[in-house]
Design a protein around this ligand. Structure first.
Ligand code: BJW
Ligand code: ZN
Length: 272
């Protein structure tokens, strides 16, 4: 398969990608902020990617937090409240249903969901589907960049879930560690910080063994996450991309579908 002109390739590209995905034993679904855009979660780059006058690169760093923890917590507090009001969209639901259907099948097959997102919407879609079907939730999403709904101590590294509202009116009102009293930080991965090696290894491993890698809604600019797609392609997987725009992966993809995840993902993964 070759990456053709998008206009001409769309119908055949979609059909070919559908076939590849439904015939595959092992699938990796690698997602970014674009999969949640239609839920109302702002993306990082491009239109609407700014919070006030700041870019993600200005706030998502340990240096920014050291300089002004109140400002950084204010941003995270705002995002938490925003995401808490959002719900999974048709793309999250189609991914959860596709993974659940494959979980019932033979154990050699499987779907690995690997996300850069910290919004928890894939997990919520999985839990909602499991509840609907009165089945246990798989809770198997690999989260490369952490979660908005957790904290980590800046001193003793203790981690815990944290969903209470953040009072970022001053440095003194920010959340502190129950065991050592130090400042808590969001449990996310900032620029210049290492990803959890166990999670990254599991994601790379899944990529290396994938028959198909479906990439949805990521600009594919941030490393090492973006290597999941290139690693899968190099190891022989069919690479399928869904994005509103062209990305550095588009030229490498066997099929590159240009459009909204909320429409294209169900078209690709749903029952015929
Ligand atoms: C739609 C749509 C719709 C919209 N339907 N599509 C130079 C070269 C290579 C690497 C580096 C370099 N200089 C520095 C680095 C390293 C750096 C990096 O990659 N920088 C690049 C920006 C150049 N990486 C790191 O620092 C990483 N760590 C590291 O390398 O550690 C080394 C180390 C080892 C050992 C010890 C110590 C250190 C860490 C990266 C962490 C990234 N963190 C963030 C913040 C997370 C917390 C938070 O959310 O606040 O992760 S940054 C931000 O970018 C976030 C995202 O997960 C990540 C990726 O963004 P994503 O998801 O792709 O979103 P967008 O907005 O970019 O794209 C959205 C896409 O959707 C667009 O393409 C749209 O078209 C599309 N779209 N609507 C379909 N409806
Ligand atoms: Zn502590």
């Amino acid at each position: 398969m070759h990456h053709d002109d998008v206009e001409d390739a769309r119908p055949t590209g979609l059909a070919a990608a559908r076939h590849a995905l439904h015939a595959a034993d092992r699938v990796v679904i690698f997602t970014g902020a674009g999969v949640s855009a239609e839920s109302g979660v702002p993306t990082f780059r491009g239109a609407g990617g700014l919070w006030r006058e700041f870019r993600a690169e200005d706030l998502a760093t340990p240096e920014a937090f050291a300089r002004d923890p109140r400002l950084v917590w204010e941003w995270y507090g705002w995002r938490r409240e925003l995401v808490a009001r959002c719900v999974p969209n048709a793309a999250h639901r189609a991914i959860a249903a596709f993974a659940a259907a494959r979980a019932d099948a033979a154990s050699t097959s499987g779907v690995r969901i690997v996300t850069q997102n910290v919004d928890g919407l894939h997990q919520r879609a999985e839990r909602e589907l499991a509840a609907e079907r009165a089945m246990p939730s798989p809770d198997a999403v690999l989260t490369l960049h952490g979660t908005l709904f957790g904290v980590r101590c800046t001193h003793c590294d203790a981690r815990s879930p944290h969903t209470a509202p953040i009072d970022a009116t001053s440095r003194a009102t920010l959340p502190t560690c129950a065991s050592c009293g130090s400042l808590l930080r969001p449990d996310v991965v900032w620029f210049g910080e290492a990803l959890d090696p166990a999670i990254l290894d599991a994601a790379f491993d899944a990529a290396r063994h994938a028959d198909v890698c479906l990439v949805v809604g990521t600009s594919a600019l941030v490393q090492p996450a973006a290597s999941i797609a290139t690693l899968a392609a190099r190891a022989g997987a069919t690479l399928v991309e869904i994005n509103a725009e062209a990305t550095p992966l588009s030229a490498l993809a066997d099929v590159s579908l240009r459009g909204a995840a909320g429409a294209l993902v169900p078209a690709l993964l749903g029952e015929a």
